[in-house]
Design a protein around this ligand. Sequence first.
Ligand code: AMP
Ligand code: ZN
Length: 136
Amino acid sequence: MRDDNCIFCKIANGEIPSKTIYEDEKFRVILDLGPAAKGHSLILPKSHYKNLFELPDETASEVLVLAKKLGAQLKDKLNCDGLNVLQNNGEVAGQTVFHFHMHLIPRYTDDNQKISWIPGEPSQEELEAVKQQIIG
Ligand code: AMP
Ligand code: ZN
């Protein structure tokens, strides 16, 4: 399963070189070319799935196990103070490459980066309405 026009398919399968920090038969983990911080890495499945919704359950489970393992390695080797694990789905959510990938972003006390949102201030009634909308 691959998309001939997809750059991450080519990277994941080794047709385009990358700074690979991990590889097995299903995944390649590379350094991001535009890192938010030193060691910013991307977990790429070798098969083409556009986003989380297309990912098979088994692959989805493996991604999080890999995030845990590589995250620990980044912490150990780069001595970071924290780690953001994030994953964007859809253009409106910030996805720019439409081949599923999970970001591992080591964080350092003085890195001056911000991964943030503006918190809303919903009432209990508004939260209840959303809850009902989701579960109803
Ligand atoms: P997203 O915005 O979640 O789709 O993330 C795409 C990420 O891929 C960005 O952080 C880019 O810096 C990174 N990126 C794009 N092209 C490449 C590439 N050829 N090699 C490594 N990272 C890339
Ligand atoms: Zn792809």
